[in-house]
Design a binder for this molecule. Structure first.
Ligand code: PEP
Ligand code: CO
Length: 451
């Protein structure tokens, strides 16, 4: 069946938002088509090479950021802290696994949220749900919840400003591997990181910086490559008006590139084989992620992966499993086996966040640090047992000192102190770093066991 940039419009559209002014929508889409791309096809192809290497165990993917990025969070301190935590975690993982880590932020466009219900009611008032800043606003007012196509232009602008800052920081030496002390977050001294963790992290970074200086002293040329840090961006490709408007052909390469982000992913709620999202994403050249939850039928997953990557191109697909700690042992092995039997190439990545949600008695959404760790541990164990590669993790986290997940230093009573997420709860700085150190220690044990 032939694909074109708008062929998704003929398919059932899960999570669709109906804009009430088609003329305003059309003029926003036309404007987005004329604006420059946020990323380039060169970068997309480079990421694809990295993912292809990760698929065969030569790299590890660290993907993380907010559940719902806010336009108002486009501020230098907040953005820099997101990069710092990604950098710090990646250092720990590089040290433990002795592999390069591909850093992908949920950043510069993670503005669209799927919802379990299209409406929300409060005190007898029913309004549309909040679908992310690219669609409407969280305030529970008729005006706040109105679907406004112009929000797409705001989102594009804020993604561009965010990326501009990310790129300047990365080029300007902020991410220089020789100086991990530059990446300390302002509140690192204050964050109640356990002393052993603080020491472990400090020793890791010192050892890495020393190893770099040693390699440079003996004239190893590859160091240049090692010290240049790259960040890639990703977001859920939910709003197809926005994504398709920025999808285009480029000179000297075949195919269509979605240029709002390096790595879009299809969410658990929009991965229907005959749906609009799969139709759209089967036609783009980008690396594409697909979330796979505990209810997935393994044969459907194989059909989905085949539809999205009929030529079985290396580096093209990332299968992000989010089973929930309690379901991993039951739901993951049949999926992994079916995909292996069908010889579909994917990078297996564990999202330990979305299957482990819970609500406190006072109605706050939270997740338990231990469940998150357990899901990673069980997922890695399944891959080790089946001989497949656990190639990455996908986390909701922030460089801010928030109180959204319990465990790892926070109790339920702490949640009120600094709960900022407008969607799912994120790991805070301490929890994220602790997660990396725990994951790192498994990776280094696994590596030593193979020696
Ligand atoms: C998300 O990543 O924020 C999300 C909604 O995930 P999922 O599609 O896996 O539920
Ligand atoms: Co989320």
């Amino acid at each position: 069946m032939s694909w074109h940039v708008d062929s998704w419009k003929d398919k059932p559209h899960a999570q669709d938002v109906s804009y009430d002014d088609p003329n305003a929508l059309a003029s926003v889409v036309e404007k987005l088509k004329t604006l420059p791309p946020l990323v380039t096809s060169w970068e997309v192809e480079r990421l694809k090479e990295h993912i292809a290497e990760a698929q065969v165990g030569k790299r590890f993917l660290l993907q993380g950021g907010d559940c719902a990025e806010r336009l108002a969070d486009c501020q230098p301190g907040i953005i820099a802290n997101k990069l710092k935590i990604l950098l710090q975690m990646s250092l720990v993982l590089i040290h433990a696994s002795k592999k390069p880590v591909v850093r992908v932020g949920r950043l510069a466009g993670q503005y669209a949220k799927p919802r379990s219900s299209p409406t929300e009611s409060k005190d007898g008032v029913v309004l549309p749900s909040y679908f992310g800043d690219i669609v409407n606003r969280p305030e529970f007012t008729a005006e706040g919840r109105r679907f406004d196509p112009r929000a797409m232009l705001d989102a594009y602008g804020h993604a561009a400003m965010t990326l501009n800052f990310v790129r300047s920081l990365a080029i300007g030496g902020f991410a220089d591997m020789h100086h991990p002390e530059y990446w300390d977050l302002g509140f690192m001294a204050r964050a109640d990181l356990r002393d052993e963790l603080r020491v472990e992290y400090k020793q890791t970074t010192e050892k890495l910086a020393e190893a770099l200086r040693f390699m440079e002293a003996i004239g190893e040329r590859a160091v240049e490559e090692l010290t240049r840090v790259t960040f890639y961006t990703s977001h859920e490709g939910l709003n197809l008006h926005y994504e398709s408007a920025q999808t285009r052909t480029v000179p000297r390469r075949a195919g269509n590139y979605l240029l709002t982000t390096h790595m879009p992913w299809i969410g658990e709620r929009t991965r229907a084989l005959d749906g609009a999202h799969v139709e759209f994403f089967r036609g783009v050249e980008n690396v594409v992620g697909v979330k796979l939850g505990p209810k997935v039928d393994p044969e459907d997953a194989v059909r989905l992966l085949t539809t999205l990557n009929p030529t079985n191109e290396p580096g093209k697909l990332v299968a992000i499993t989010r089973m929930g700690a309690a379901n991993v042992e039951r739901s993951l092995p049949p999926l992994v086996e079916a995909v292996r039997r069908a010889e579909r190439r994917v990078l297996w990545v564990c999202d330990p966040m979305h299957g482990n949600g819970m609500t406190t008695a006072s109605g706050l959404k939270t997740r338990n640090f231990d469940d998150i760790l357990t899901e990673i541990e069980r997922t890695f164990a399944v891959h080790a047992r089946l001989g497949t590669i656990a190639g990455g993790v996908h986390l909701e986290m922030t460089g801010q000192d928030v109180t959204e997940c319990i465990g790892g230093g926070l109790s339920e009573a702490d949640l009120d102190k600094n709960y900022l997420s407008v969607c799912d709860p994120r790991l805070n700085y301490r929890q994220a770093l602790e997660m990396a150190l725990r994951l790192g220690s498994w990776m280094s044990d696994a590596r030593k066991a193979r020696l």
